[in-house]
Design a protein around this ligand. Structure first.
Ligand code: NAP
Length: 186
């Protein structure tokens, strides 16, 4: 069975992005290149990824993917985008748009990952939907030395210490990389 891993950068106070969906606070953190080199090792173990439509649309816009489809870095990874709307795809990339309950896509997602793992890209509520469905094994956060007044939450669910266990702590530049295993809620 693939492991289902939420891997993301976050502010110290638990935001993925600010209220305008900007990541400008993230890109200016010193040592982001060290965090990125660890990230490419992580990506090589991923067979499928899932993201919400806000994250996908941010990537479309930020990377100008319509004009530069080669900037879609996840070409070897089957990509699922959750949305109730019709969104543009990316030429020559396996991007699958799905709508509805996590259980309804779970088998397809698991089969797409094959013998590799599943990366939950975010946002936080989508990862919460996976947690609710019992499909979340690990949370890996790279905590940036940044706080924001408000923004898009890391994981808007109540998971207490009976569900989360700290597995490792590492420093990468100015980031603290924390890995937690997630126990089933049953
Ligand atoms: N710091 C980081 O490394 C990092 C990582 C990930 C994301 N981000 C950023 O954080 C922000 C996350 O935004 P977010 O939390 O608002 O959202 P998100 O998960 O990217 O998108 C939320 C949207 O996805 C769709 N959706 C979610 N679950 C669905 C389901 N089960 N079925 C169908 N559609 C579903 C809905 O939109 P529709 O139905 O209207 O399409 C929903 O409004 C973005 O700005 C992103 O760029 C940052």
């Amino acid at each position: 069975m693939p492991r289902i891993i939420y891997n993301t950068a976050t502010t110290l106070n638990g935001f993925l992005a600010d209220d305008d969906d900007s990541l400008s606070w993230l890109f200016v953190v010193p040592g982001a290149d060290q965090a990125e080199s660890a990230f490419s090792g992580f990506l090589s173990g991923i067979g499928a990824l899932v993201m919400g439509s806000t994250t996908y649309e941010w990537l479309l816009e930020h990377e100008k993917l319509a004009e530069n489809p080669e900037k879609w870095y996840y070409r070897d990874i089957v990509s699922f985008v959750m949305s109730s709307r019709a969104l543009p795809g990316i030429p020559n990339a396996d991007v699958r748009f799905r709508n509805g309950e996590i259980e309804a896509i779970w088998r397809e997602l698991r089969d797409a990952a094959g013998d590799r793992d599943i990366w939950l890209v975010g946002g936080g509520d989508l990862v919460g939907q996976f947690a609710d469905a019992g499909h979340l094994d690990e949370i890996r956060v790279s905590v940036a030395p940044v706080t924001l007044h408000s923004g898009r939450p890391l994981l808007p669910r109540r998971l207490e210490s009976d569900r989360l266990a700290l597995e490792s702590v590492k420093q990468a530049g100015q980031f603290a990389e924390l890995v937690y295993s997630v126990r089933s809620g049953e």
